[in-house]
Write a protein that binds this ligand. Structure first.
Ligand SMILES: Cc1cc2nc3c(=O)[nH]c(=O)nc-3n(C[C@H](O)[C@H](O)[C@H](O)COP(=O)(O)OP(=O)(O)OC[C@H]3O[C@@H](n4cnc5c(N)ncnc54)[C@H](O)[C@@H]3O)c2cc1C
Length: 390
């Protein structure tokens, strides 16, 4: 077996899963290189813990990508600038790379600048610093209106904005000031967690209603006036005192500049294999557009990036050294943190026909414990060989 080269772009959940699983499967049969602009792996799921202060140090929750060498993966810290998919050639801030197989796992970029006023007025919950800051403000807030704003779809983790709203309610209730603070969530979606189906959406809407969290659907924000603390929607306006925002998401610039994206804004792939239209080029995770049978797209979630990474690794390993191929089946799950030490649980098959089949289980202490264990286990398993995360 002659040694092949595999280049994985992006050291998030999808990229690290692909690279480590592949290196494990093929050993000396391939050289596996992973490129990321940051030297550390950080799971955004920890942002929820930063808000509630269950985790107080984002850097402590991060793992070193350089440690992947112990798993047979060479890490290069560089900014990916341009991809020649036909040649599987990548231009970066540290020179160019070519490979027999290319896996694109660059995630989604946050683009707060797409909504005028958003960057200055909103605390960005999807950045660790923003989630930390939001936790600090909620710890001292005395009264007023908190708005949780989903600026655009799609966005990472369909549950996360709802969790932020539910956790905000929980924090304020435990501080004994909930009656003095209104909590509202604004979203362009017509129901929560759109791709999970109507039943799950209704359950999440019920969780919000039970806690007197205002749910304002089909509200697309056009502008934020930070000075007047006002949100401007297509046909509506709203006032706030504290704005917690989820900014628009766009495909990373390198993908857009390389012609890999289509009219969806993301990289189209075959659902079962994550192949792009270019031979031996795959795209996984948030950057990939996996079309569901009902016409919607697979939600951006780490649980999918993880499984897609495994599938792609298996199929590249099979191409290099033989063995069975694998298929992405669309099974997924998520824990929805509702505060008070409890989480709900949704799970099912997103590639079911004619539409995703997803069930919802009521909040429990056990699901919250499972969520914490799952998040920590992902961080540990992806970045360490000895059970530590750095
Ligand atoms: C608050 C929050 C909570 C969440 N909770 C959950 C959860 O409970 N369960 C769940 O399944 N999912 C959750 N998610 C979603 C999950 O984090 C993402 O779906 C997942 O990280 C996607 O993995 P990925 O590998 O595609 O991208 P990422 O993990 O985002 O990795 C992309 C990598 O590419 C790198 N990169 C990007 N552009 C370049 C470039 N030009 N050059 C070099 N490197 C580059 C980035 O630095 C990054 O390391 C949550 C997300 C958020 C924001």
């Amino acid at each position: 077996m002659s040694s092949k080269s595999v280049l994985v772009l992006g050291g998030g959940i999808g990229g690290v899963t692909t690279a480590t699983h592949l290196a494990d499967r093929v050993g000396a049969g391939a050289s596996v290189t992973l490129i990321d602009r940051h030297p550390t792996f950080y799971q955004c799921a920890h942002n929820l813990e930063l808000l509630t202060r269950e985790t107080i140090d984002a850097r402590g929750a991060a793992g070193r990508l350089g440690a992947l060498a112990e798993k047979g993966v060479r890490f290069v810290e560089a900014d990916v600038r341009l991809i020649d998919s036909a040649r599987r050639r990548v231009e970066t801030s540290h020179g160019s790379f070519e490979a027999d197989y290319l896996v694109v796992a660059l995630g989604a970029d946050l683009a707060p600048e797409q909504v005028p006023g958003f960057r200055d007025a909103a605390i960005n919950l999807y950045e660790a610093d923003g989630a930390t800051r939001a936790g600090e403000v909620l710890a001292t807030l005395e009264r007023g209106r908190v708005a949780v704003l989903i600026a655009r779809t799609p966005f990472k983790c369909p549950a996360a904005p709802y969790e932020f709203a539910l956790l905000t309610d929980s924090i304020l209730r435990h501080r004994g000031i909930r009656d003095a603070v209104a909590v509202d969530l604004y979203t362009p979606e017509w129901q929560p967690m759109l791709a999970a189906g109507e039943k799950v959406g209704a359950e999440v809407a019920r969780l919000l209603a039970e806690r007197s969290i205002g749910f304002h659907s089909e509200e697309m924000v056009l502008k934020v006036d930070g000075a007047k603390r006002r949100l401007f929607f297509e046909t509506d306006e709203a006032e706030y005192d504290l704005l917690l925002g989820i900014p628009p998401h766009i495909a990373p610039a390198a993908l857009r500049a390389s012609g890999l994206t289509d009219s969806s804004g993301w990289v189209p792939v075959a659902a079962g294999t994550l192949r792009t239209r270019f031979p031996d080029v795959y795209a996984i995770g948030d950057a990939a557009a996996v079309r569901l049978h009902n016409g919607l797209f697979l939600p951006m979630a780490g649980v999918f990036a993880f499984q897609e990474g495994l599938v792609v690794a298996e199929n590249i390993a099979a191409a290099i050294g033989g063995g069975p191929s694998a298929e992405f089946t669309g099974e997924g799950f998520c824990y929805i943190d509702v505060g008070d030490g409890r989480a709900a649980y949704g799970s099912g098959n997103f590639l079911a026909r004619p539409a995703p089949e997803v069930t919802f289980e009521a909040p429990s202490v056990e699901f919250k414990r499972a969520k914490t264990e799952f998040t920590n286990a992902i961080s540990r398993s992806l970045t360490s060989t000895d059970g530590t995360s750095s």
